[in-house]
Design a protein around this ligand. Structure first.
Ligand code: SF4
Length: 381
């Protein structure tokens, strides 16, 4: 007699609600732990770890078990879990029995991965299903699928938005505008930058500005006094070290007072037409929604994009995603129903399916970037 015939309706419903698939756990191990296997003991150093597993009997139950506090040491992973905290879960539904080993092999190629030999690989031929990282990895399991859709995604963006990198922009006004823009709305930044540049037209002139005059002129932008100090100091440095010309090298731009990675990369891409990735809040959010990266902070997104994104997309990423993030892919409430990218390869629906699966798993951590901004989809059909 088949199981289906003997199972109660409750059990049948439960079986239907289980999702087979593979998963990655990202773990933070603050102190060294010991992994005992056979007669061998291996020291696991503090750091970040990514473990690859599969659960053909249902991801929900397996992940819930990993997140429960327990003193039982049954699997290799239990030794790591005794001292580590799960900070992220990436899950892919499917029944492919080889998917777990393929995924483990892919993780071993991530930047900075150090495989822990034999861990989690007792019943396969893999070197390891656990990798250690010195810093939190930001790779998404969906990145390769999104990368394959980039021509379509950028085609849809190019059809709708202006490509500012194609315009000729003078370096000094670009630098001043970007330096003023932090924590300030675009219309305010543009009006204030126009005022500054009408009065002080070159680094030499701005270097000689009186602090109070400049602070008065830019008082509408956030942190205006600090920005005034930085603008004068960076203009002096451009005069003294670069002959009055804004440098066109990342290291030299980053050495200017008040200039961070976002400003430096924007100047390189907009004014010098170099391949540079400028990651602001829109780029950070949208790249996570697409599934191109899986990152907690813009600095991680920049590093991850430099590793995965083909160079031909670097400069245009910022202008396109800023416009899209302001018009359709809004913070908190993306307008997917009106968005041409939904059919062009955006992976946001996949992330929402993942969230649907994880919503049943008690204590599952939120997405590192999207958090509550990632509502679960109704159960997919
Ligand atoms: S489909 Fe939705 S999440 Fe994707 S880019 Fe468009 S608005 Fe953003």
């Amino acid at each position: 007699m088949s199981t289906a015939l003997t199972a109660t309706p409750d059990r049948q419903a439960e079986a239907r609600s289980r999702t087979p698939g593979v998963y990655l756990l990202t773990l933070r191990l603050p102190r060294a732990a010991t992994w005992c296997h056979g007669s061998t003991q291996t020291r696991l150093r503090p750091g970040w770890y990514v473990y690859t597993g599969s659960a053909m009997g249902g991801l929900e139950g397996r992940l819930a078990r990993h997140l429960r506090t327990s003193t039982v040491r049954h699997w290799h992973l239990d030794y790591l879990l005794s001292g580590a905290r799960v900070v992220d879960i990436q899950a892919l539904a499917g029944r492919d029995p080889d998917a777990e080993c393929r995924l483990a092999a892919a993780v071993r190629t991530w930047p900075g991965a150090e495989a822990v030999p034999g861990f989690g690989a007792g019943d396969c031929r893999c070197d390891s299903h656990l990798c250690r990282f010195a810093r939190r990895p930001g790779t998404s399991v969906r990145a390769s699928a999104v990368l394959a859709q980039l021509p379509g995604l950028f085609g849809a963006l190019a059809a709708r938005y202006a490509d500012y990198t194609a315009e000729a922009r003078a370096p000094f006004p670009t630098l001043v505008t970007c330096a003023l823009s932090l924590r300030t709305r675009d219309p305010v930044t543009e009006a204030v930058a126009a005022r500054v540049l009408a009065r002080w037209q070159s680094p030499a002139e701005l270097a000689g500005a009186a602090l109070d005059d400049l602070a008065d002129c830019i008082h509408a932008v956030g942190m205006f006094r600090q920005k005034a100090r930085h603008l004068i100091a960076l203009s002096r440095q451009i005069e003294e070290r670069h002959g009055g010309r804004v440098p066109d090298r990342l290291d030299q731009l980053l050495a200017l007072p008040g200039v961070g990675s976002k400003t430096a990369n924007l100047v390189l891409s907009f004014a010098f037409h170099q391949d540079a990735i400028c990651v602001d809040t829109h780029v950070h959010r949208l790249c996570n929604r697409w599934g191109l990266v899986r990152t907690a902070a813009p600095a991680d997104t920049e590093r991850e994009l430099q590793a995965v994104l083909p160079r031909q997309y670097w400069a245009r990423l910022n202008p396109f995603l800023v416009q899209h993030g302001q018009q359709l892919c809004l913070p908190g409430r993306p307008r997917c129903g009106r968005c041409p990218l939904a059919a062009a390869g955006c992976g946001y629906a996949d992330l929402r399916r993942e969230r649907h699966l994880l919503r049943t798993v008690c204590a599952a951590p939120p997405h590192p970037c999207l958090g509550a901004d990632l509502p679960a989809e109704a159960r997919p059909t």
